[in-house]
Design a protein around this ligand. Sequence first.
Ligand SMILES: [Zn+2]
Length: 410
Amino acid sequence: MSSVLNRFLSYVQIDTQSDPQSTSFPSTEKQRDLSNQLVIELQELGIEDAHLDEHGYVYATIPANSEKSNIPVICFCSHVDTSPDVTGANVEPIVHQKWNGEDIILPDDPTQILKLSEHPDLKNQIGNDVVTASGTTLLGADNKAGVAEIMAAAEILVTDKRIKHGKIKILFTPDEEVGRGTEKVDLDKLGADYGYTVDGEAVGTMEDETFSADGVKITIHGVSTHPGYAIGKLENALKIAGEILAALPKNLSPEATEDKEGFIHPVHVEGIQEQAVLNFIIRDFTEFGLHEKETLLKEIMERVLLSYPNSKAEFKVTEQYRNMKEILDQHPQIIDNAMEAMKRSGLNPITRSIRGGTDGSRLSFMGLPCPNIFAGEHAFHSRLEWVSVQDMEKAVEVILNLAQVWEERS
Ligand SMILES: [Zn+2]
């Protein structure tokens, strides 16, 4: 069995689900079960400094074997946790060897059927070995495919002396799925110049662009009275909130936008007649687009308030994350080298944008420019999640090529 598959099957059977409600770090202690195993395996490979820190991050260094002293230090990064959306306990991975294109009915819940017609990327997998879960859990390919690929590549980098490379750093993070994966990372300790998260979808893809994101909180202060004696006085904050929501432009909503379009999206409402709070997320690929949408939302709020002369509202913008392209454009060699590495693996690389944020977008702004390369994961956060062994092997090859390309071009 290939090393990457072997590792993958072992990792997905360890429950590492993260928890958005938790305030501890990592959000669930069980994530350490996998992280501890990874440290032991890295040490068995002879990677002496591999360790798990108190926050649940795994750090490890593969020393350089090249004489060149100017090679940038490259980091490969994946997350160990799985999505809170679907259980990750008692995952039973199934390898569908030499898949012939027929529907895959998952045995523990026959209503879960993986069909070519609904998963177009499967068309490239006929004849490949496709791995799924058994129907009642997610698989955890997001992001244990990436973890297994980095581990399998590490094994080759420390044993195959023909592959020349600079210093390589490995980073496994907790809590990516609950948006806290970079919260306690120590980039000084990591000491890498550039990074790649290995957490993308189809083989040959690379994501160098994410949304830029803000949150907006509108707090409405109405005028409260006894409803029996409210005539001419009551200004109900709940109704003001409702009018603001009703006035949102329909074409700037998540359900009406795609590709490079941004949106204004209400995510939480609460209140009483005296006070109501509306929370929004604002998304766009440019800072300008974000500000445009925020201005529009503020104008809507002010317009609604004109009919409520004794009410007031506060409008507060909080920065969430920024499009990593802003940073990556300053270091074009990161994408160029990844393109070259993929071409050497016989792939036709394509760059894509993510309508969301990644740990990479946060890392990029924290000082570690970090696009996302494919891991082969598909249908993530669902019980139909799948990955193919051949795609995982390609990802290993790309990681090895990347290490070499950086060496050659330094
Ligand atoms: Zn992921």
